[in-house]
Design a protein around this ligand. Structure first.
Ligand code: ADP
Ligand code: MG
Length: 325
């Protein structure tokens, strides 16, 4: 079998780095740049035909290109500050560039992120951002801090982007109203990074990740890095009624558990901090839902167990998105 995306990164791109607080393996790296602050650095790339379809709306693409990067800052509890943009374009199309730039810069301004450099070349449409943010030393939300007994939380609602992708990818929009379609497409094309929530969770959450590859995969990353297991309740996973109803089908259930592109935060915190978590969520104007519990590392190979309404473990096939599998 081909190397998975994560085996590949581990084998070829994970080299110990001295003088680095946190290297490869989290939502962002952390480097100490002075006394008072740590710099959080992360990169995310969107490729035509892989992350978006040919002919995608350029303003929405501009938004999403930055949003997915802001989401990694959110997952670290870092305040986003600067970005560079490397872009490959098949041709100069000013209408496209105007739209892309508008979408990108509107979000940059909203989060006070400065575009400070980048690279431009001819090639298959590829949009790559490196983002940098600040976090007080030792305060970042990492994937490796989850502790047995922690509550597991997620922000917002999951599964809308996956459902939109499923509809676009084959099934079509039959049977869905125009409003339903708009709701789903908006979540896929214009995700909202949970930056305020990430900042508010500093000092409260033990660990965090953004849900970009699917809940099971991303919660699985927290488990792996923290040396723990997780049990979550199927019924507790927050989903809008449309997604919940679709989750009665196999593909719908898979989308809710393993579909990517939600860009919500999944995080863990001590049960003693429930009130603090709720207050942080209220301050950042986003809903949070407790979906399960972190446990001591189990012997079974899967780090995340999903229980149905009567406490039986669900059999889950697809565990998340991997670019090479
Ligand atoms: P995310 O989903 O948060 O964007 P990824 O799953 O893309 O994170 O990557 C996992 C980890 O591997 C991250 O810490 C990322 O920085 C690192 N990584 C990915 N590709 C490379 C690469 N080519 N070289 C070095 N590090 C990489
Ligand atoms: Mg991430």
């Amino acid at each position: 079998m081909a190397l998975s995306e994560f085996d590949l990164i581990r084998r070829y791109f994970t080299h110990g780095a001295r003088g680095v607080t946190l290297g490869v393996g989290d939502d962002a790296a952390l480097v100490r740049v002075g006394r008072g602050a740590e710099l959080a650095v992360s990169a995310d790339m969107l490729v035509e035909g892989r992350h978006f379809l040919k002919g995608a709306d350029p303003a929405l693409l501009g938004h999403k290109t930055l949003a997915v990067n802001l989401s990694d800052m959110a997952a670290m509890g870092a305040r986003p500050r600067w970005a560079t943009l490397a872009i490959a374009l098949p041709k100069v199309d000013e209408a496209w560039l105007g739209g892309f730039s508008r979408g990108f810069m509107a979000l940059a301004r909203r989060y006070s992120v400065a575009l400070i450099g980048g690279d431009t070349t001819r090639g298959p449409l590829t949009l790559s951002v490196q983002i940098m943010g600040e976090v007080p030393p030792g305060k970042a939300l990492r994937r490796d801090g989850a502790k047995a007994g922690d509550d597991i939380w997620v922000s917002g609602y999951l599964g809308e982007a996956a459902m939109a992708l499923e509809m676009i990818g084959g099934r079509g929009w039959r049977g869905l109203s125009r409003d339903d379609r708009r709701t789903l497409e908006e979540r896929l094309h214009a995700p909202t990074p949970r930056v305020a929530l990430g900042l508010a969770l500093r000092g409260i959450a033990h660990s965090a990740i953004d849900v970009s590859d699917g809940l099971l995969a991303d919660l699985g990353h927290i488990c792996e890095r923290s040396g723990v297991s997780a049990t979550i309740e199927w019924e507790a996973i927050p989903a809008i009624p449309l997604v919940r109803a679709h989750a009665q089908t196999d593909s719908g259930a898979r989308g809710l558990l393993s579909g990517g592109d939600d860009y919500e935060l999944c995080f863990t915190a001590s049960p003693r901090r429930r009130a603090a978590v709720m207050a942080a969520a209220a301050r950042s104007r986003v809903r949070v839902t407790m979906i399960g519990r972190i446990e001591r590392k189990a012997r079974s190979p899967a780090p995340v167990t999903v229980l149905d309404s009567v406490g039986r473990a669900l059999k889950v096939k697809a565990r998340g998105y991997d670019h090479f599998r």
